[in-house]
Design a protein around this ligand. Structure first.
Ligand code: ZN
Ligand code: ZN
Ligand code: ZN
Length: 164
């Protein structure tokens, strides 16, 4: 479970290169452990998703890759790379924004919940098992089989509220 007292609060200024470094090295570990390949493209896409704590759309990723490459990266390749990252739990999809965000604790499987600031667009992942459990229990009581779970909360982060 993510301990907010240890990980930097993404809403506050911090050395983000550390976040990126940490994310890439745990991705490498995780892929090695799972026996799957973190190809150069998959790694680059992950790095792009991690460029900030704001969810990033597939279109932005395609744009950046096209600019870097001078040639347009084939969209299906990029979508496959994103699927791979999702499958490995390295990124989460933010359904309400149709965008992706890096996961800071991919080493254990979880269903995250997100606090999304409508002003600065930073999304903070809550990794709260009790929320997940409550949804699972309520669904089970109704005989409902959960196929995907999306818990996205919008509002104003502390920093934006203070600077309002
Ligand atoms: Zn950061
Ligand atoms: Zn996560
Ligand atoms: Zn904010």
């Amino acid at each position: 479970m993510t301990d907010p007292s240890i990980s930097p609060n993404p809403h506050h200024p911090h050395d983000h290169s550390q976040c990126v470094h940490q994310a890439l090295s745990s991705a490498e570990h995780l892929c090695q452990r799972e026996g799957v390949r973190l190809t150069a493209l998959r790694k680059r896409v992950l790095e792009l998703v991690w460029q900030s704590h704001k969810p990033l759309g597939a279109y932005d990723i395609l744009e950046t890759l096209a600019r870097e490459d001078g040639r347009r990266a084939a969209p299906p390749t990029v979508y496959r790379a994103l699927d791979f990252l999702l499958e490995q739990g390295l990124v989460h999809r933010i359904a309400s924004l149709n965008a992706f965000i890096g996961c800071s604790s991919p080493e254990h499987r979880h269903q995250g919940q997100f606090l999304i600031c409508r002003q600065c667009h930073v999304a903070v992942e809550l990794d709260q098992l009790p929320i997940h459990q409550a949804i699972a229990d309520s669904a089970a009581q109704l005989g409902f089989e959960v196929e995907s779970e999306t818990v996205e909360i919008t509002g104003l982060c502390k920093r934006c509220r203070e600077h309002a």
